[in-house]
Design a protein around this ligand. Sequence first.
Ligand SMILES: [Zn+2]
Length: 234
Amino acid sequence: MNSELVHRELPSPNWDERALPVTMVVLHYTEMERAAALRRLTDPEAKVSAHYFISEEGEVVRLVDEGKRAWHAGASYWRGHKDVNSASIGIELDHPGHANGYRGFAEPQIEALLPLLDDIVRRHGIARANVVGHSDVAPARKVDPGELFPWDRLAECRLCLARPEKLELGDPFPNDGSFYLALERFGYDISAGKKAVEAFQRRWRPERIDGEIDGEVGAILFQLLLDRDSGKTR
Ligand SMILES: [Zn+2]
């Protein structure tokens, strides 16, 4: 670990032992005022934590050692794993969230996130498809970090998958059932139904989040799976 990437240690007691190797990163927002968020993330009564917290000014605080299982994802699912906490590094972004006036993410925060994430992804050999939002792994319950999170900035640095550009024309899925099966194959928990479609839209087509399966979201999903099956991504 490059020690310059972490500015402060604030150990949280809210962790236990991992049951799986690290293969994912889950990004969150705190949805509360900073001091309250840090109190909660270190409060033994709250039973929540994350490995890192990044303030809007770009201060990176380490709360839990990466070797331990932090408690950030709750009941979650991604690509066959239900114990997302065991398989992931959790990063909380200081942000008011949807509940307190949703807005774009602060530039210093993103500038601190990019090198930290780069370091994490390299050290653990994490697949770009496994750098996800909380809403991707818990679509029925969560919407963070939300549609204004700059996934494109991460993708430019090859830290997550980019939104597919060249799309096949037309709707590649003949019916909703086949779209859902593909969505599950990509990684989502489809038992959330329309909420899973909303989570997919929030991440991949944030201009319209309505839970409806249209030709464009179908084409995006189809291309993502094609890229993965062809070995372009993993
Ligand atoms: Zn979250």
